[in-house]
Design a protein around this ligand. Structure first.
Ligand SMILES: Cc1cc2nc3c(=O)[nH]c(=O)nc-3n(C[C@H](O)[C@H](O)[C@H](O)COP(=O)(O)OP(=O)(O)OC[C@H]3O[C@@H](n4cnc5c(N)ncnc54)[C@H](O)[C@@H]3O)c2cc1C
Ligand code: SF4
Length: 321
């Protein structure tokens, strides 16, 4: 019998929820650890708008490591810094991809004596689609920003709702680039698996049961399955993998709306929890053929499906309904 319990959830604080990619569940757990003088590690942008993991010691700085960044986050010295904090008996919350969490736990097992660290470390991973190549992000950003100074990036802008999220980039001259996930070339390439890291197509970190304490994700089917929890502002799925995770959810229950759901519902509505996404058949040609094209042109060209194929797909889809 599975120990994992699944919940639909969202933060009651509307401001936090609006700032978060999904329902703001990461924030509420991080807030608890910080209130106990702990340290929280998560993914932040650097001055070049690349992504790396960093430590956060205060609620004022938490915004830096909130929100999904759809690019691979570099670890740098993070594992060593987590170990130092644990050895000095600090509580630590680490949030990252399932492979980053598994890597951290394996690193600590082999380098820290005793078991005390296990009590002090709390981990959150997420249902993971995969991480795109840093090179593609770097080139895309140069193109889309036209070398203007960037002041903020949000991969999950909710201006047009949580379900129809978009990529938003703000510039210091007051301009903003806001484009839907269905139209922005970078997001289209990401969601169509054109340039994920090779290992993401055969990921070894899938499954409902995890070594992490929590798994968080978007509850994409919520509008049909649990309409009371849907207002298009962001509803999360949170999986609590052990008793300690359940106790934490109970402790923050005044700050979140929670409703238990079946684990099967999570698998049905969010398949990347159990299986890797398919490798796009154009991945090799995308990376091999430049032809002097911009990265946006390369993405769009490699996602283009000939008219005959599109008609065939439409017919197959119609027959299935
Ligand atoms: C690369 C990636 C792929 C994802 N794939 C899916 C998916 O297929 N299905 C799904 O339902 N959800 C997926 N998610 C999770 C989803 O986007 C939300 O992050 C999640 O629902 C939590 O939302 P929140 O509002 O609680 O937290 P948020 O405030 O949005 O916090 C997100 C947390 O993720 C961490 N994080 C952000 N970017 C990265 C990164 N690049 N690498 C490591 N850690 C990071 C942050 O530090 C923060 O702790 C993915 C997230 C990422 C980063
Ligand atoms: S899909 Fe798997 S290998 Fe790729 S980043 Fe996510 S957990 Fe890691």
């Amino acid at each position: 019998m599975s120990k994992t319990k699944s919940f639909a959830a969202y933060n009651k604080d509307e401001t936090i929820r609006a700032m978060s990619s999904s329902g703001g569940i990461f924030y509420v757990i991080a807030q608890k650890i910080l209130s106990e003088s702990g340290i929280v590690f998560g993914a932040a942008f650097d001055s070049e708008w690349q992504v790396h993991h960093e430590a956060c010691n205060s609620i004022q700085d938490l915004h830096r490591i909130m929100q999904s960044k759809y690019v691979q986050s570099s670890m740098g010295d993070t594992y060593t810094n987590v170990r130092e904090a644990l050895v000095s008996r600090k509580k630590v919350l680490f949030c990252g991809t399932p492979c980053q969490v598994a890597g951290l736990i394996s690193f600590l097992r082999s380098t820290v004596k005793g078991d005390e660290w296990k009590e002090l470390l709390l981990t959150i991973d997420f249902i993971c689609h995969g991480v795109p190549s840093r090179m593609v992000w770097r080139r895309y950003l140069k193109e889309v920003s036209e070398y203007k100074k960037i002041t903020n990036i949000n991969f999950r802008d909710k201006t047009n709702g949580w379900r129809n999220f978009g990529l938003r980039i703000d510039f210091d001259n007051g301009d903003s680039y806001i484009q839907s996930q269905h139209k922005d070339p970078y997001m289209r390439g990401f969601l169509n698996n054109l340039y994920l890291r090779e290992s993401c197509y055969e990921c070894g970190f899938k499954g409902v049961e995890r070594e992490s304490d929590f798994t968080i994700a978007d509850f994409w089917g919520v509008h049909e399955l649990l309409p009371d929890f849907f207002d298009d502002k962001g509803t999360s799925i949170v999986l609590a993998h052990n008793d300690r995770a359940i106790r934490i959810l109970e402790a923050v229950s005044d700050k979140v709306n929670l409703c238990e759901i079946q684990n099967d519902v999570v698998v049905q509505t969010n398949s990347p929890i159990v299986k890797s996404v398919s490798r796009n058949s154009k991945r090799d040609s995308f990376f091999a053929r430049e032809d002097g094209k911009t990265i946006s042109e390369l993405i769009v060209r490699n996602l283009h499906k000939p008219l005959l194929k599109r008609i065939k797909r439409k017919i197959v889809k119609t027959l299935h309904f």
